[in-house]
Design a protein around this ligand. Structure first.
Ligand code: GDP
Ligand code: GDP
Ligand code: MG
Length: 291
């Protein structure tokens, strides 16, 4: 997987030599351009300075290593583990939320395949009933992933009813994981939040929800985060999914978004294909960033 961000980092502290004042400016520019945001950028530079002072080094190779350690340490504050624990005989339920176009349905297709490949029975629920096309899109992904789907019984059926029926079928048929797709239209925010609250209430009549995943498009940065504010305030989000990190020079958004929301990134999407989803592993991520 290639982060275009790493190109920018290649020129940082390049060559085995002593660090020059320009290197620090270069570091600041690189972090800002990569969407780390001003606060994280300042703190990262401060931390790199501090460690370099303590170890009395101005060696570019050392500085590169120190930068990697500082970045990893920041990520270590968040637990990226996807929680799929469930009660005996009941499925783990994952609710996927976010504004339109961020990649919810695509992520569900990828995640369903990922879990199914590891031998668990997955059922997806098409609770984005607002558009018939959304249901068909999820059905296509379910077929590719080789998993079962519950669709609305008629056009525009109450999303909460679809979610309820999905869980009911999972319990009856022994599916271990349920993933529920939801609408993301923003023209009526409070309506959407009420709808999500109702989905949760109805699902939790049967089983607790294991994860509420908020999907964010990494290419939209801070603006995308602002658009997702209502979800962060009202949807009980337990994990973030960052999509479209492929070809995005915005890998630093991972740092900014976790620290702004206090919520861990649990999955990363890096392409439109069914296998283009990974868990979030800080060590691997930082290595890729700096390589
Ligand atoms: P939803 O409205 O949130 O359900 O978004 P969709 O799943 O329909 O995705 C919207 C668009 O984003 C589609 O064209 C997807 O192919 C694309 N997309 C989703 N995830 C990724 C990703 O990780 N990388 C890229 N490049 N495109 C993605
Ligand atoms: P309300 O519609 O605001 O009264 O909210 P409820 O929590 O009563 O139900 C929300 C939706 O979930 C309803 O539209 C029902 O279709 C569905 N639902 C709730 N409980 C059940 C149930 O026991 N069986 C079935 N099949 N659907 C249910
Ligand atoms: Mg969708």
């Amino acid at each position: 997987m290639a982060w275009s961000l790493s190109k920018a980092f290649t020129n940082l502290f390049a060559g085995a030599r002593q660090v020059e004042p320009e290197d620090w400016e270069n570091l600041e520019d690189t972090l800002l351009q990569a969407d780390f945001g001003p606060r994280v950028t300042d703190e990262v530079i401060g931390a790199v300075h501090a460690v370099a002072d303590v170890s009395a080094t101005l060696d570019t190779d050392d500085l590169r290593r120190i930068l990697g350690e500082v970045l990893e340490e920041r990520l270590a504050a968040f637990d990226p583990t996807l929680s799929l624990a469930s009660e005996p005989g009941k499925p783990a339920v994952v609710l996927v939320v976010g504004v339109n176009g961020v990649g919810k349905t695509t992520t569900i297709g990828k995640l369903a395949k990922f879990i199914a490949t590891r031998g668990k029975r997955v059922l997806v629920g098409a609770a984005d009933t607002f558009r018939a096309a959304a249901v068909e899109q999820l059905a296509t992904w379910a077929e590719r992933a080789g998993v079962d789907i519950v669709k609305p019984q008629q056009d525009g059926q109450d999303p909460a009813a679809v979610a309820f029926q999905t869980v009911e079928r999972a319990v009856a048929d022994g599916h271990e994981i349920v993933i529920i797709d939801t609408a993301g239209r923003l023209h009526n925010k409070s309506g959407l939040m009420d709808e999500l609250a109702k989905i949760k209430r109805v699902v939790e009549k049967n089983v607790p929800i294991s994860e509420v995943l908020l999907v964010l498009d990494a290419t939209t940065g801070q603006n995308g985060l602002n658009q997702a504010e209502a979800f962060l305030e009202q949807a009980g989000v337990t994990g973030l999914v960052l999509t479209k990190l492929d070809g995005s020079a915005r890998g630093g958004f991972v740092f900014a978004v976790q620290e702004l929301t206090g919520i861990p990134v649990k999955l990363v999407g890096q392409g439109e294909g069914i296998d283009d989803l990974t868990g979030f592993t800080p060590h691997v991520f930082v290595r890729q960033l700096l390589e």
